[in-house]
Design a protein around this ligand. Structure first.
Ligand code: TXA
Ligand code: MG
Length: 333
């Protein structure tokens, strides 16, 4: 596996050409986007896309996002291009918004898990755009982590999870947004928000009118999407989200964990309670918190934490994406 450092704003053309050649040959390249690192393959080549599922250990009923260079390329990948997609694309692309639209037959079943819709996104990261331009192909790219593990926001996180399983990593430094894109389904009669992210529900409604929130559908109809309900984005440690108020359940939880000899990490918003071995002070604003969240979880895993206690985040709508990721990381069954 090759790791190539690349300038985040002005990626070296030679390095991008090398990565594009791997993509054209059916290989796997991890690359930075503004949200998290993606694991990319030629979205039009079913065998290349199969390698993504194998490298990640991801079940095939969970569909992938196809990344495209612009609206023109998105339209070629969709069978119809709803007026709402045009509006959303002009307001938020390139950027951290994924649109689910009816798919063109040129998109293989393996990308969409057999659904008749496809998830499309034009990323804003210069390295992602350079790779799309140089390869001349749509790139199927889920987050570049093993299935159910924490998404990568740095190249080192990708190395940790996928070393030896992929062909190349483009290391463009830490990603800016830090949590995965907002996913909006525009394939039905009304828009449905499937995954919250840094582009808020309110920002989308300002452009599109009322939007309800819903659940992702997957190729296996009876089965809920792992991205939506299963334990996902999860650190190895058991994560608990608890209110930070003094005298709350948090101190008792930490006390019990210490009694059984656990190494305890913390995502701290207020003051850390005694007994947390590795408290990580998190920023008080949602945007910076999101940027740092996955790196903090990766770090606490590396420190061998058995338990991580995360202070509950504020209730405001700007925290929706972070709240969603914490809830999924904490989900166990
Ligand atoms: O920020 C991101 O979106 C990152 C970067 C790499 O672009 N990618 C990412 O991909 O998070 P992934 O595969 O981890 O998440 C894709 C999400 C899943 O929740 C999946 O269920 C949903 O998009 N999805 C994909 N195709 C869909 C479809 N046709 N209908 C409904 N949901 C779909
Ligand atoms: Mg993922």
């Amino acid at each position: 596996m090759i790791v190539r450092p690349v300038h985040a704003e002005r990626p070296d053309a030679g390095v991008i050409a090398e990565a594009a050649e791997i993509i054209r040959r059916g290989g796997l390249v991890a690359f930075p986007t503004e949200t998290v690192y993606g694991l990319g393959a030629n979205a039009l080549d079913p065998e290349a896309v199969k390698r993504i599922f194998d490298a990640k250990g991801r079940p095939s009923y969970n569909p992938l996002i196809a990344h495209v260079l612009g609206v023109a390329e998105a339209r070629e990948t969709a069978s119809t291009w709803p007026a709402s997609a045009e509006l959303a694309a002009s307001a938020f692309w390139p950027g951290p918004l994924t649109l689910v639209v009816p798919r063109d037959p040129l998109v293989p079943d393996i990308v969409t898990a057999g659904l008749d819709t496809v998830a499309l996104r034009v990323p804003s990261h210069p390295v992602a755009l350079a790779l799309l331009r140089a390869s001349g192909l749509p790139l199927a790219a889920p987050s570049a982590n093993r299935f159910t593990e924490v998404s990568p926001t740095r190249a080192a996180h990708v190395v940790k999870g996928l070393d030896g399983r992929i062909d190349m990593i483009l290391d463009g430094g830490p990603t800016a947004v830090g949590i995965e894109s907002t996913v909006l389904d525009l394939s039905g009669s009304e828009p449905v928000l499937l995954r919250p992210g840094s582009i808020s529900h309110a920002a989308l409604e300002a452009v599109l009118g009322p939007i309800r929130t819903g659940r992702a559908i997957t190729g296996e109809a009876a089965r809920p999407s792992p991205g939506m309900t299963d334990r996902h984005y999860a650190p190895h440690a058991e994560l608990r989200v608890l209110p930070p108020e003094p005298g709350s359940a948090r101190a008792a939880f930490v006390g019990r964990a210490k009694e059984r000899g656990a190494i305890v990490g913390g995502l701290v918003l207020g003051t850390a309670v005694p007994g947390i071995d590795h408290p990580v002070q998190m920023p008080p604003d949602a945007e910076t918190y999101a940027r740092q969240l996955y790196a903090a979880l990766h770090r606490l895993d590396e420190l061998g934490c058995d338990v991580v206690v995360a202070d509950e985040v504020p209730r405001g709508p700007e925290w929706a994406g972070v709240r969603d990721r914490l809830a999924r990381a904490a989900h166990t069954d």
